[in-house]
Design a binder for this molecule. Structure first.
Ligand SMILES: Nc1ncnc2c1ncn2[C@@H]1O[C@H](COP(=O)(O)OP(=O)(O)O)[C@@H](O)[C@H]1O
Ligand SMILES: [Mg+2]
Length: 438
């Protein structure tokens, strides 16, 4: 099979790495890729949002399967375009990708499917949103921009003043452009979050191993939000049985509700879950593999990812049974100076091969580029260093040991990735509230 991966971040490197290991793959391309991806796959100088360019390439190169990493091309309809042109694609069509592309649409479907999620109201005009806030007595509450806002469109508001400022920011100042033309005012839920990704072929749902990610830039979850500073997989206390229950209670009803509207969801569905005292609820859906969760999930996969993606795209998930290694995986993201406020570029990265030769370590590239004989930084999140270990403590030690071999000017990483998994595994604490699964 000739495979094309669309995207050029750490997630896409993890996908490329898994596809290259498949006996089904004869050639793997990646558009646009990065400096690490091009050591394993053929780079294609086409941007991930250049749908026409990607289509022309896939036709010319007779690509058998295109796997789309990021959400933007999916929401823009890349799966529709490829399917209409007789090309097989892994990823939902535009109508199904709206689960991520519009938080208001996702809430509508969740309500229709009667799945557990926070209560909300939606507003397209400032006066209505402000009038709604006048009636609110309990805080915090959450104001969300409807559309894609690169992880910046969710504002947790501690009081009425903050909430008014948040709806003004979206609806009046258009701080998130058209993405903030509609806002949701949502009930604040509290509890630990879990990312559960599942392969979906329209009717069937095959959950992957659960993961947790770290969004804040600094240790102890301080500082501003980022695209994600690390992740681990699996999640102690959230076993395969719980994942199956979530698939039954939250994912399958949503697929059925979409199907009643004539929309089939095919691809990977990422449920952003929150485990409250009253059980697992949905915070949001994403229509693609998570970044950085994928960099902690895939090293544990003991099945052929390409075969599974192919079966998903063909609507034949009944043939797929995902197997997982017993080891734990910890993935630490390395970011460039100034991230997330700004990003620096062009700093020479050393120690990459010294890190990658360590056993059970994979260094996934994100924003990297080749410059002469060097590999240099090319944006905010530069690398994800993933390591497997028999326990979280061992995986964490390996990941940080590998990271210690890598350096570049201004490099940042969190020192506490997977600490809570290590403590939970040792039985010192539980990640979840008491009795949440009842
Ligand atoms: N209803 C909510 N209650 C508490 N926290 C929330 C709520 N909705 C979102 N959050 C927090 O904000 C983060 C981002 O929200 P999410 O809906 O996942 O949007 P996005 O990932 O598109 O920015 C979540 O991971 C969670 O930490
Ligand atoms: Mg999210």
């Amino acid at each position: 099979m000739r495979v094309l991966v669309v995207g050029g971040g750490g997630r896409e490197h993890a996908l490329v790495h898994a596809f290259c290991a498949s006996p089904l793959a004869t050639q793997v391309f990646c558009a646009p890729g990065n400096a690490g991806i091009e050591q394993e796959a053929d780079p294609v100088a086409i941007a991930a949002d250049d749908l026409a360019g990607l289509l022309a390439f896939a036709r010319r190169e007779k690509i058998d399967l295109t796997v789309v990493g990021p959400e933007a091309p999916l929401v823009a309809g890349i799966a529709d375009l490829f399917t209409e042109n007789g090309l097989l694609v892994f990823g939902p069509r535009r109508a199904a990708a709206r689960l991520e592309g519009s938080k208001a649409f996702a809430k509508e479907i969740m309500d229709e499917a009667r799945v557990a999620t926070g209560r909300y109201t939606r507003h397209g005009d400032l006066a209505g949103a402000l009038a709604d806030l006048e009636t609110r007595e309990s805080f915090p509450l959450v104001v969300k921009a409807d559309g894609l806002a690169a992880g910046k469109g969710v504002l947790i508001c501690q009081d009425a003043g903050e909430a008014r400022a948040a709806v003004r920011l979206c609806l009046a100042d258009r701080a998130f452009g058209e993405a903030g033309g509609t806002v949701l005012i949502e009930e604040f839920l509290s509890g630990p979050e879990v990312s559960l990704l599942a392969l979906c072929d329209g009717t069937r749902v095959v959950p992957m191993a659960p993961a947790q990610d770290y969004k804040r830039i600094f240790a102890l979850d301080l500082g501003p939000n980022t695209g994600g500073m690390g992740s681990y997989c699996p999640v102690p206390g959230f076993d395969a049985g719980v994942a199956e229950t979530v698939a039954d209670d939250l994912f399958r009803p949503v697929l059925a509700a979409l199907a009643r509207r004539g929309t089939e969801y095919r691809g990977v569905l990422y449920g952003g879950l929150i485990v409250t005292e009253h059980g697992v609820k949905l915070l949001e859906f994403n229509c693609r593999f998570g970044d950085p969760e994928t960099q902690a999930i895939l090293p544990r996969l003991d099945s052929d990812l390409l075969e599974a993606c192919l079966a998903t795209a063909h609507g034949e998930l009944d043939t797929v049974d995902l197997r997982w290694k017993p080891e734990a995986c910890v993935s630490v993201v390395v970011a460039s100076r100034g991230y997330p406020a700004s990003t620096s570029k062009g700093d020479v990265i050393s120690g990459l091969s010294e890190a990658a030769v360590l056993p059970d370590v994979t260094v996934y590239h994100a924003a990297t580029a080749v410059h002469g004989h060097d590999i240099v930084t090319a944006g905010g999140r530069v690398l994800a260093v993933s390591a497997l270990g028999t326990h979280f403590a061992a995986a964490r030690e390996r990941a940080y040991g590998a990271l210690a071999r890598i350096s570049f000017a201004g490099m940042q990483s969190r020192p506490d990735i997977a600490d809570r998994a290590v403590r939970a595994e040792a039985g010192e604490t539980s990640l979840f509230p008491v009795d949440w699964a009842d």
